[in-house]
Structure formats: C-alpha cells, structure tokens
Design a protein around this ligand. Structure first.
Ligand code: BMA
Length: 323
C-alpha cells in the first residue's frame, strides 16, 4: 500500500457528507469546485437512497457554497434534473471558469453507452449543453483558457475492444468553439504510471503555474488478493490520485509525473467506511493567490474531502523524475 506524498495536508474529516444535505441523500462525492467572485461553489454527485441500510435509488447533482472552501452549506434542492427515456443520469461534474463563464463537464449514462458532455450555466439553475461525445468516453476536464487559439480538454475514452478490459489512457482534444472537437492526441498511457496496473483518467481540471499545467489524474490498481472493500458486493479496486505537469504551450506533452500517488487512501473514511472503500477521486483543484492548491476529492464513493499542498512543491515533485 502506498502513502500520500509528504507535501499533501489532508483535512481530517470530510467537508461534505449526506448528513449535511437537506434532501434525500446517501453518497456525496466526486464534486467539481470553482471559485467565482471570491466565493467557492461545489457541484457534487449525490447517489441518493438509504445510507444506513445500504440501499441506493438513483443519482442527482447538488450544489453547495462556501466562503472559505472548507465549511460548506448545501442549497435546499438538487439542481439540473436531466433525464429522459434515453438518458439515465449525469454524474461526476467538473467545473472550469473560462473568461468568467462557468463550464461543466460531466459523464452521462445512456441506453447506448456512456457519453462525455460539456455545457455551461449562468445561474446554476439551467445547464446548457454544448457537446456530447460518442460512447464510451468520460472524465472530461477543460483547461481554464484557450491554448494557441483553441479550447482544450483532457478525456478518457474507453476502447474495450482493442485495449482489453479497463486498459484506458488519458487523451486530449481541441476545439474552436467547445462544440466541435478534434485533433485528438494521447497524453499519458496507463503503462507510464507505476502505481496503475488497470486504467487511468483525468481528475480535476488543470491549473496554470509558471512551470506548466499542473493536473491530477486517477490511477487504478487491481489486487484481487486483498479481497473486497466497502459495502458494495464486488469492489476490489484501489483508486489513487496522481499528479503530472503538462507543457504550457503543448499540453499533450508531459513534462513530468510524480512516480508515487499524490493522494492515497489512509484515513478511516477513505479505507474502512463506505460504499467502495479505497477510492480517492479528485474533481476540483483551486489555485489560491498564496500559491496553495485546494484539492477536492471523493473518498470511498461516499464523502467529499479536501487536501491542500503548495503548487510549486507539486510541480517540483513532477519535474524531479520527468516522464
Ligand atoms: C469510476 C467512476 C467514478 C467512481 C469510480 C470508483 O469508474 O464510476 O464515478 O468514483 O469508478 O467507483
């Protein structure tokens, strides 16, 4: 088992759980976070049902606000009810502010596969969809500015037929308008991550540092000998958070990657309590003016947590070993 790198400081308790939600809620996790006009906004995934009796009924998204990024208050109702005969649910939202507008990337389960979606909202009441990928693709994140004249996203297609089950990698695509996407390139292959023997995918949207784009990813390790974890009937995987640095002008180029997990499951709510324990899944990273990053992550697919680190120290960790 790995430990988190020593520059990571975890907040001891989750920052949001189902107990903080004023409507039906069970698993609160995999949130996207943005700082807008000095105030923090969180769009979180809620797999609702009966937590005590381990019964889940469905998924919706909820909204919470915070003045300090640590203490959160959830809004009275869930937001963005998007479903139809074809669409089952949207989940795992990631927020990126570009030129003052809040964009939302999300995964969408449909009758015909999993699609990656990109939309925006002006008021967190209505989600206006700009593009939906062909299946299967998800874990999309947008860079916070155009690079060489294009919008850029990281994404994780799932080529089961050719790569074999779960052997998935991180890709990048470009767009002139956030609607039409192309010029796709491989960014990081799963075989380049020493702590992943299964699949990897983008995590929180990248932040800009003078060294390059600093960005988290998730990395999955399978070790069936460790047995099942959590109250989900078959769960045996471990999800770590990793971190890498991408070139500022050509973000398909990895400048360096930290060779051990950035965040590993360690605290009781990360390893012992919940639906799928041993899962760390970042969805938000905020770079503060003092150089600190706040990294928000779902733990055990059950609660939303926060860790902090110095952005420069993280960039150095990536550059120490290169790729
Ligand atoms: C992934 C996604 C995430 C989830 C993770 C661990 O495949 O479904 O939403 O957090 O698995 O269960």
């Amino acid at each position: 088992m790995y430990s988190s790198v020593n520059v990571i400081k975890k907040v001891e308790k989750p920052v949001l759980t189902y107990k903080d939600i004023p409507y039906k809620a069970a698993l609160i996790f995999n949130a996207g976070v943005a700082k807008i006009d000095g105030k923090y906004v969180m769009l979180f995934r809620n797999d609702y049902g009966d937590y005590e009796n381990h019964k889940l009924e469905g998924t919706n998204l909820g909204l919470a606000y915070s003045e300090d990024g640590i203490n959160w208050k959830a809004e009275p109702q869930p937001c963005f009810a998007i479903s139809s005969e074809e669409i089952h649910r949207i989940y795992d939202p990631r927020l990126t502010v570009i030129d003052g507008k809040c964009y939302i990337c999300f995964a969408m389960d449909t009758n015909h596969g999993i699609r990656g979606g990109i939309g925006y909202t002006d008021d967190f009441k209505e989600l206006k969809i700009l593009s939906l990928s062909t299946p299967d693709n998800r874990n999309m994140v947008l860079f916070p500015e155009k690079i060489n004249g294009s919008y850029v996203r990281l994404e994780r297609p799932m080529p089961v037929y050719s790569r074999g089950k779960d052997r998935f990698d991180i890709w990048m695509s470009k767009s002139p308008d956030l609607k039409y996407w192309g010029e796709s390139e491989l960014v990081l292959g799963v075989e380049q991550v020493p702590f992943a023997n299964d699949k990897i995918g983008p995590a929180a949207p990248p932040v800009k540092t003078k060294y390059g784009w600093l960005t988290t990813f998730h990395a999955v390790e399978r070790d069936e000998t460790r047995g099942k974890h959590g109250w989900e009937p078959r769960w045996t995987k471990i999800y770590y958070a990793g971190i890498m640095l991408l070139d500022l002008y050509n973000p398909a180029k990895v400048l360096g990657i930290c060779k051990t997990p950035l965040i590993a499951p360690e605290l009781p709510h990360e390893t012992d309590e919940g639906f799928r324990t041993d899962v760390i899944f970042p969805g938000g990273m905020i770079l503060e003016d003092n150089g600190e990053v706040k990294i928000y992550y779902g733990a055990s697919d059950t609660v939303e947590c926060l860790a902090t680190a110095d952005a420069e120290a993280l960039a150095e960790l990536c550059l120490e070993n290169g790729i």
